[in-house]
Design a protein around this ligand. Sequence first.
Ligand SMILES: [Zn+2]
Length: 226
Amino acid sequence: MLKEIISLFYPQNCAGCKKPVHKSEWAICLTCRIKMPQTKYLKSEENPVKQLLLGKCDVEHAFSFYNYQKGQRVQDLMYALKYQGVTQVGDEFGQIIGQHIKKEKRYSNIDFVIPLPLHISKQRIRGYNQCDSIARNIAAIISATYAPKFVKRIRATESQTKKSHFERHQNSVQIFKIKKPVKFEGKSVLLVDDVITTGSTLASLAQEFNSVDKCKVFIVTVAIAT
Ligand SMILES: [Zn+2]
């Protein structure tokens, strides 16, 4: 009974801390928004995300917005987004990050915002790509074109453990294919992923855009796991 009364005033629970969200349509409550650890990498030219990508691809800039820590809010929110179908979490991550990107001069000329595609087999199982909602909202806020359909994932990432040390350091295996490369000639693209760990999958995607004439590549992930 008490729970029902409370739910009249607090209609929804936060996808991060599970506490009721007061009078808002948010999936991420105000407390979580304040407490999630921001990296501040957006403002730094050299940062750990750029370090991860160094020597694997060419990027104008790359950053993660939050630090991903086990047992913390960002992990709970990622779980809700990836495995529980709460795509509203992706919308809100995209809105938060988009607002910050909008204020950064070096990101003022982004033409296309592109979510890292899932392999079709994985997307069929999950039913959606968790990066789509993040990318779509960033694009809307920075007034760029959301372009989810121009890159195809031609292979699901293989397990790292099956590869030798040498193979792991080769980026010879093509994972992605751009459908109309000419569309991106002379353009700036912002590639979006949820969490960066080794950076090799994002680097493979960036490499494809590096082979397009005069295409500038930027990368953002919601979080970095180290
Ligand atoms: Zn919360």
